[in-house]
Design a protein around this ligand. Sequence first.
Ligand SMILES: [Zn+2]
Length: 68
Amino acid sequence: MFFFKEKEPEMVEIKGHYLTCPVCANKYFQKKRTTIQAIFSWYVSANCYICSECNYIYWFKHIPETQQ
Ligand SMILES: [Zn+2]
């Protein structure tokens, strides 16, 4: 048997700071990797962090290693 299971929400550290939800002050987020269409056919890969309490979404553009 195989079950799909959501990962447990976890604290997220960005540049030495832990994310805190600006709406409910929660510190636990679900991490998702996604692609968004920004302008015309220009696609941007993004990391998003969804608050486990109120579903507020933080978006961060994913920068490939070669472009840094
Ligand atoms: Zn929240």
